[in-house]
Write a protein that binds this ligand. Structure first.
Ligand SMILES: NC(=O)c1ccc[n+]([C@@H]2O[C@H](COP(=O)([O-])OP(=O)(O)OC[C@H]3O[C@@H](n4cnc5c(N)ncnc54)[C@H](OP(=O)(O)O)[C@@H]3O)[C@@H](O)[C@H]2O)c1
Length: 265
């Protein structure tokens, strides 16, 4: 039988799950780590700042931490080797680490900063899935969970590169679901709306992080393959014309924040 684009995978054994979460020292990554810990899973979180990881671990002594920059290929290789050696039963990867950069492209002189947004949001999930696939295929069950965004469905003029990376994550995750269809690896997309976190330098607007994480975690545990919440739930299910209307509405609200280009013609 042909695989489905939105299967229900059925319940996941959370008690024996060993979960690697990239970027788990704040925001959604930390919230999901707490959900997995409550469910009895073993959890490892990564991030670039050791101090932030240690603060998170101080709140949750059972949490394992590993300093790692997911934007660098050699660090991703080191992470996958380390986790398989130290946690041979690792069977869940949450590709959560991500950044959002705004600001006019025309005023950018530092390509490396923009490139790292693309590297963290796109290269890291693809590479880490590639690196961990041989190990995950040996497990009784396994899951890749990728964090996209409502802005992957609804284009936003202030952060077109960010939205583009998240549209990639959405499309890549759907294709991967077919790619792994003949295996015991489930491929899940979690698509957040605006959630309070440090993203883009921090924002105190949007959904409460614990409410969002509790909601999406329950749906993951029940076997859902694509999970949104409020704005992003509506966007992921909406016809294109509706999302385009939302996009225009967002542009009108944010018009003052949009770059102004002076034509030389
Ligand atoms: N919050 C929202 O409104 C929202 C909406 C849609 C989608 N999302 C997505 O949800 C995910 C989590 O975002 P968040 O809102 O929770 O952001 P956040 O609060 O800024 O957390 C990001 C986490 O990732 C880590 N990180 C950043 N760059 C990294 C790198 N190169 N390597 C490893 N770790 C890195 C950060 O720690 P260090 O800085 O120490 O590395 C931090 O632990 C992202 O993929 C984001 O795009 C968020």
């Amino acid at each position: 039988m042909a695989p489905q684009i939105l299967p229900n995978y059925g319940p996941f054994d959370l008690k024996s799950a060993v979960v690697l979460i990239t970027g788990g020292s704040s925001g959604i990554g930390q919230g999901l780590a707490e959900e997995f810990l409550k469910a009895g899973s073993t959890v490892i979180v990564t991030g670039r700042r050791e101090s932030a990881l240690k603060e998170t671990q101080a709140k949750h002594p059972d949490l394992h931490i590993y300093v790692n920059d997911a934007s660098k290929a050699e660090e991703r290789e080191a992470l996958s080797q380390w986790v398989v050696k130290e946690f041979p039963k690792v069977n869940v990867l949450v590709n959560n680490a991500g950044i959002m950069r705004s600001g006019p492209l025309s005023k950018e002189t530092d390509w490396s900063a923009r490139q790292s947004e693309i590297a963290i949001n796109i290269e890291a999930p693809v590479h880490l899935m590639q690196l961990l696939t041989p190990h995950f295929l040996k497990q009784k069950e396994a899951a890749f969970i990728n964090l996209s965004s409502g802005l992957g469905y609804v284009p936003c003029g202030t952060a077109p590169v960010y939205g583009g990376t998240k549209a990639f994550v959405h499309h890549f995750t759907m294709g991967s679901r077919f790619h792994y269809a003949n295996s015991k690896i489930r491929v899940v997309e979690i698509s957040p709306p605006s959630v309070k976190s440090n993203l883009g330098g921090g924002h105190d607007t949007g959904e409460e992080t614990d409410v969002f994480c509790d909601h999406v975690f329950k749906r993951f545990a029940a076997g859902e393959a694509e999970i949104g919440f409020n704005f992003s739930e509506k966007a992921r299910l909406a016809p294109r014309a509706d999302n385009e209307k939302t996009s225009v509405g967002m542009w009108e609200k944010m018009a003052k924040g949009m770059p102004v280009f002076e034509s030389e013609a």
